[in-house]
Each structure stands twice: as structure tokens, then as C-alpha cells.
Design a protein around this ligand. Structure first.
Ligand SMILES: [Ca+2]
Ligand SMILES: [Ca+2]
Ligand SMILES: [Ca+2]
Length: 144
């Protein structure tokens, strides 16, 4: 059973690739750049004492960080889903309700998926940078 480890590793890699969105061809070039919020940091080490942090996989490195306001509502949240030392999912809250979710789907420390929500669960609009050049090239707006 010497191949078990290798097989397992391949399965994990395939799962990660599938988990990342399959990029379709850019439909039109919107040429829009989104600026990161001041708090958005990719390296997990940069989440300091003003964050509540967790090491979910117990590898000694932070992979989850959250900030709450004085009423206990979440304000912002960052997660390193693939445990590579860089945050890849960022959550923006307004009055404790999720309003925006930003994702770095290919781990290049650049956001390429933006999801805008209302009532915390409904998607209002989403945008993608399918070719990872830093510019949004796809947008679906359900309100217009
Ligand atoms: Ca960890
Ligand atoms: Ca990551
Ligand atoms: Ca990216």
C-alpha cells in the first residue's frame, strides 16, 4: 500500500482545483479595479492583537481572524481556507450582517471574486477577474 499517501495527496490537490472556480472566458473587459480595504492583509502573521484569531488546523499558524464591535456584532473576518499562510476569503459586515465576500480563488494574493449580498444570504451582484490580471472582467448584477 505504498501509493496510499501519494494518492491521498493527489486527491487533495484535485479537490482544491475543483474548489477553485473553473474560469470561463472573460465576456467583456470592464477594466475596473477594486481597492483593498485598509484591514485586508494576505499574510496571516499580520493579524495582530486587535483581532480575535484561531489556528483551526493546529499547525501553529493563524488561519482565521475576526473583529467584532462593542455590541458583539462581526465587523470583518478573514480566513485562510487552504492553510497556506495567506488569507484567501474576506467577509465584510454591516450591523452584523454579511454584505460583501471577497475571494482569492487562485492563491496569488489578489482578490478575483467579489460577491455583494443583501439580507446576509441573497446575492445582489457578483464580479470576477477571470484571467487574474487585477481587473474585473465579469459582472452579474441581479438588480439591474
Ligand atoms: Ca493554522
Ligand atoms: Ca490561503
Ligand atoms: Ca487571485
Amino acid at each position: 500500500m505504498k501509493t496510499t499517501h501519494q494518492t491521498l495527496r493527489s486527491a487533495v490537490i484535485v479537490a482544491l482545483l475543483v474548489a477553485a472556480f473553473v474560469a470561463s472566458a472573460p465576456s467583456d473587459q470592464l477594466r475596473i479595479r477594486r481597492v483593498l480595504a485598509a484591514w485586508q492583509r494576505f499574510p496571516v502573521e499580520e493579524y495582530g492583537d486587535d483581532w480575535m484569531t484561531l489556528d483551526r488546523n493546529k499547525d501553529g499558524r493563524i488561519d482565521y481572524a475576526v473583529q467584532v464591535n462593542d455590541r458583539g456584532f462581526k465587523i470583518r473576518e478573514a480566513m485562510d481556507f487552504n492553510y497556506n499562510g495567506y488569507m484567501d476569503n474576506f467577509y465584510f459586515y454591516t450591523d452584523g450582517e454579511l454584505t460583501r465576500h471577497e475571494i482569492d480563488s487562485n492563491s496569488d494574493q489578489q482578490i478575483d471574486i467579489w460577491v455583494y449580498l443583501f439580507d446576509a444570504i441573497y446575492i445582489r451582484m457578483w464580479e470576477r477577474d477571470t484571467n487574474h490580471d487585477g481587473y474585473i472582467d465579469q459582472r452579474v448584477d441581479y438588480e439591474n
